[in-house]
Structures are given as structure tokens and as C-alpha cells.
Design a protein around this ligand. Structure first.
Ligand SMILES: Nc1ncnc2c1ncn2[C@@H]1O[C@H](COP(=O)(O)OP(=O)(O)O)[C@@H](O)[C@H]1O
Ligand SMILES: [Mg+2]
Length: 328
């Protein structure tokens, strides 16, 4: 597959002293949804401003398809759409009127304008409110209108800076459902910045984690989660004392025998017992769990409960960006 975005050793130093990007290498596949995830001040907006030709990098290269974002900036602007973090529509006019202004700015020819506007409104589910004042729109509707404006030229790459910042969960979902169906229809590449882990997890094909201007990890959300630590399955062992007169010793022997066998299972990385709870680190809990239960049964150990905990993208962020984001 062709890459929609190719970035090589990109740096940005503001005013000769603030290093915002520090050697970024990144490739984004065509027609994918790509999430750039990072804490505040990590360089997300800077990177997006460079890719959308608003500012120049200090050193390094970036391309949108075959076009260099510095040398071919006019060409780049023809194939991209951009929704900034700040509000980008006028609230004292209607949604339709906003789109008309943007259609003129983007140079959509007058005979194609009406259709382009209604297509964009439909893509974002705004036909019914098109002629209402934006003042009366909810936050989610305003965001969808801003995206509709960026979709007027049916861009090959759509850049979204924190697209759902401050929206409630149902509005976020509505934004993403519209975006996904647009992407499916037109094969658009979507590049978005976020500090919401769950958004990267739910909606992106690939994620890159940026911290202090450096890409610290890339992969699919599930690859990142798997790269972290394994799933831990905890087994609460029932009181397995026998009537032999040495219940504790017999029980301990059974536990240690079971532990040895469980450690030799292929999918098991490690196993320990503490306070009648056996914690087993595994690669794949769904597959490993029945095998472990079989071993415990064969050793005559019964169970009170089983609990499993999988790593979340939060854990990945914590590890690679060195902090847990609390602003979302
Ligand atoms: N125009 C600017 N002038 C000077 N420093 C800036 C400017 N824009 C951003 N920065 C600095 O660059 C770093 C990265 O900022 P930014 O790209 O906005 O991060 P993010 O979008 O991840 O919050 C921060 O330290 C920020 O203060
Ligand atoms: Mg930002």
C-alpha cells in the first residue's frame, strides 16, 4: 500500500530555543486512520501544522503522497483538509452559510458548490440543521460542521487536531461514526491528534505515541497493548486441606506441583502463589485459561473465583510517555 504521509528526521525548534520536534520518523498508510497520541506539549500540533504547510520544519523532510510539504505546499493544500483545535466556524450565521464561505475559499467552482455543500452536510449528518444558526448548535454539531467544511474538497488526507476535545461520549461517537463512513466511502486517510486513549484505541488503525517531540512507540493499539505486559489471570484457590492430619503441608505440595506444571505450559510466562491466590502471566488468556484450569483440577485443587486483567492503552501511555494522562 502507498504511504499517504512520510516523515523523515523532522525537527522544529521555535525561536531558536524551544525544541518541539526532535527527529520524528513516521509513515502513515493510505486510507488508514492514524492517531498521534501524546500528552500536552509533546509536539502534536506542531507536527500537524508542518504537515498542513502552515509552518516550516527546522530540518528534515515530510511528504503528503508525492508532495513535499515545504517545496510543493500549493499542491499539498489541494489534497488535504484540516480541522484545527480552535473553533473554525462562524456562530452568527447558518451551517450552510459557513460551508458556502469555505467552498469559496477553497475555490470550489460555483456550479459544483451546492452539491459539494449538501454532500458534506450529509456526510456529517447535518442536513436537518443546515439552515439553522450555528449559535443554536451543540458542541458536537459544531465539530461536525467544522469537519464538513474540511470535507468540501473531498481531501485525500484529513487532519484533525483533537477532534473531540470537550465533547460528551455520545457526541464523540457521532463524530467518529460520520468520519468512518466518510473514510469508507472516499478512501480518505485520517490523521488525528488526541490525548484520549480510548479514542485511539477504538477508532485508529495505527497509533504513534509522541513524547517531548519524539515518537516513542508505533503500532496498532492491540500491538501496543501486547508489547506492554501480558495479561494476568488470578485464581483464588479454595481451602484445599485434606483430612490426613497435615492439611497445610498437603495443600502446599499440591500448589507447588501445580505451579511447576503451569510454568511449563507454552502460553504461560510466569506463575506465583501468594495468600491462596495464584497469579499467572499469559500471552493469551482466552486460550491459556482452560489449560491452567485442567492442571489445577488434575492436582485436586478447586477454585473460588477467577479474575483476568488485560493491559489498557493507558498502561502503554504510562510506560512510553512516562505519565498517565488525567485531562481526559
Ligand atoms: N508558536 C510557538 N512558539 C514557541 N513555542 C511553541 C509554539 N507552539 C508550540 N510551542 C511549544 O512547543 C512544544 C510543543 O507544543 P505543541 O506542538 O502545541 O504540543 P501539543 O499539541 O502536543 O500540546 C511546547 O513546549 C510548546 O510550548
Ligand atoms: Mg495541541
Amino acid at each position: 500500500m502507498e504511504s499517504a504521509i512520510d516523515i523523515k528526521q523532522l525537527t522544529k525548534v521555535y525561536d531558536g530555543k524551544v525544541s518541539a520536534l526532535d527527529g520524528v520518523d513516521l509513515t502513515v498508510k493510505e486510507a488508514s486512520i492514524f492517531a498521534l497520541l501524546g500528552p500536552n506539549g509533546s509536539g502534536k500540533t506542531t507536527l500537524m501544522r508542518i504537515l498542513t504547510t502552515q509552518i516550516h520544519p527546522t530540518t528534515g523532510l515530510a511528504r503528503a503522497f508525492i508532495y513535499d510539504v515545504v517545496k510543493d505546499d500549493d499542491e499539498v493544500r489541494k489534497i488535504i483538509g484540516y480541522v484545527p483545535q480552535e473553533m473554525s466556524v462562524w456562530t452568527d450565521i447558518t451551517g450552510y452559510e459557513n460551508l458556502l464561505i469555505y467552498a469559496k475559499i477553497y475555490g470550489v467552482s460555483s456550479n459544483r458548490r451546492t452539491k459539494a455543500i449538501w454532500d458534506a452536510l450529509q456526510n456529517m449528518g447535518l442536513e436537518d440543521v443546515a439552515n439553522g444558526s450555528v449559535k443554536k448548535y451543540s458542541g458536537g454539531m459544531i465539530r461536525r460542521l467544522e469537519i464538513a467544511c474540511a470535507l468540501l474538497i473531498k481531501p485525500k488526507i484529513l487532519f484533525l487536531d483533537e477532534p473531540t476535545l470537550g465533547l460528551d461520549p455520545s457526541a464523540r461517537k457521532a463524530v467518529w461514526e460520520s468520519l468512518r463512513s466518510f473514510k469508507k466511502e472516499y478512501g480518505t486517510t485520517v490523521f488525528f491528534n488526541t490525548h484520549y486513549m480510548d479514542e485511539a484505541d477504538l477508532y485508529s488503525d495505527e497509533v504513534a505515541i509522541i513524547n517531548r517531540g519524539k515518537i516513542v512507540k508505533t503500532g496498532t493499539a492491540s500491538e501496543l497493548k501486547r508489547s506492554l505486559h501480558s495479561e494476568i489471570i488470578s485464581f483464588r484457590l479454595a481451602d484445599n486441606g485434606s483430612k490426613s492430619g497435615h492439611p497445610a503441608a498437603a495443600s502446599l505440595k499440591r500448589e507447588s506441583d501445580a505451579l511447576k506444571k503451569i510454568r511449563t505450559l507454552n502460553l504461560v510466562e510466569d506463575a506465583v502463589v501468594h495468600d491462596s491466590i495464584m497469579d499467572v502471566a499469559v500471552e493469551n488468556g482466552e486460550v491459556a485459561m482452560p489449560l491452567i484450569i485442567d492442571v489445577l483440577r488434575s492436582e485436586g485443587i478447586s477454585l473460588e473465583w477467577i479474575r483476568s486483567s488485560k493491559p489498557t492503552l493507558d498502561d502503554v501511555f504510562l510506560k512510553y510517555a512516562g505519565m498517565r494522562d488525567r485531562s481526559g
